[in-house]
Design a protein around this ligand. Structure first.
Ligand code: TYD
Length: 203
């Protein structure tokens, strides 16, 4: 049986990343093989592209091409082979992030993104997308408390409000695979929502 493809999405500071390793452990305890990976990244080539995307100035088309190039390499070398082997893949961000950040945040043309999506992963969508939803102002407070900002994290609250709207639009367009996680309560309460969503997928 093919593995499940689960993606984690949300604006920077929403807290999604802290649930990925615990979810992998939770799955393994229940007998599922699990691979944890991230985008941009997940292969040596894609990690190199990640460094460029996060730190070099570039326009929105270049940014979009680089994240999709990284995704192509990641899919061919890591995600698809794992799914074919029956492994559940937990991926920190995927194409919804491109629609949200490049499409929403940078206001880049959504039709071009849809063409790139169709070229890079025809017929493949996540089985479940956990969308960690948090108001942009709250996420900014959480980010400020934690770390130095990269090119995206340094953006304005208005930028993150557009990213947020980008996620909301994707979730409305593909409601079957999206589960909205209310990321505002404490970490244990968020974790309960994550487990419930994954349990529903595995049932
Ligand atoms: P992130 O998951 O936030 O990494 P970290 O937790 O280490 O900061 O991802 C890095 C950034 O990349 C994030 O700000 C969003 C951005 N990004 C895009 O702009 N487009 C994309 O397609 C992807 C996958 C990420």
């Amino acid at each position: 049986m093919k593995g499940r493809f689960i993606t984690f999405e949300g604006i920077d500071g929403a807290g999604k990343s802290s649930h990925i390793e615990p979810l992998a452990a939770w799955l393994r305890e229940r007998g599922h093989a699990a691979l944890v990976t991230r985008e941009p990244g997940g292969t040596p080539l894609a990690e190199t592209l990640r460094e460029l995307v996060l730190h070099q100035p570039m326009d929105a088309l270049t940014e979009s091409l680089l994240v999709f190039a990284a995704r192509r390499d990641h899919l061919l070398k890591s995600i698809q082979p794992a799914l074919d082997a029956g492994t559940t893949v937990l991926c920190d961000r995927f194409t919804d992030a491109t629609f949200a950040y490049q499409g929403g945040g940078r206001r880049f043309d959504l039709k071009t993104l849809a063409q790139l999506e169709a070229m890079v992963h025809p017929g493949l969508q996540p089985d479940l997308t956990l969308w960690f939803d948090l108001p942009a102002a709250m996420a900014a407070q959480r980010r400020a408390a934690v770390r130095a900002a990269d090119r995206f994290e340094a953006e304005s609250t208005a930028f993150f409000e557009r990213v947020q709207a980008g996620y909301a639009a994707r979730a409305a367009a593909q409601p079957d695979r999206f589960t909205r996680i209310d990321a505002s309560p404490s970490q244990p309460e968020v974790w309960t929502q994550v487990c419930a969503a994954v349990q529903a997928l595995l049932r």
